[in-house]
Design a binder for this molecule. Structure first.
Ligand code: SF4
Length: 64
């Protein structure tokens, strides 16, 4: 299984946890967003940790 897609749904509360855990993928300004060209393969565990740690559970990803 490899992460092929990562996105942030509505209702991010801009807490910054995802960027703290995985700054190479997530960027938080008004809302969290996924950086263009982010290397998902190199950050799989951190992406999963960020998704599990998001207090409002808006970080989603797909694996193939
Ligand atoms: S952890 Fe969740 S709520 Fe916090 S900034 Fe990231 S996406 Fe938004």
């Amino acid at each position: 299984m490899a992460i092929t897609k990562v996105w942030v749904e509505e209702d991010c509360i801009s807490c910054g946890v995802c960027e703290d855990l995985c700054p190479s993928v997530f960027f938080v300004e008004d809302q969290s967003s996924v950086k263009d060209g982010a290397d998902f393969a190199a950050n799989e565990e951190k992406i999963k940790e960020a998704a599990a740690s998001c207090p409002v559970e808006v970080i989603k990803y797909e694996e193939e």
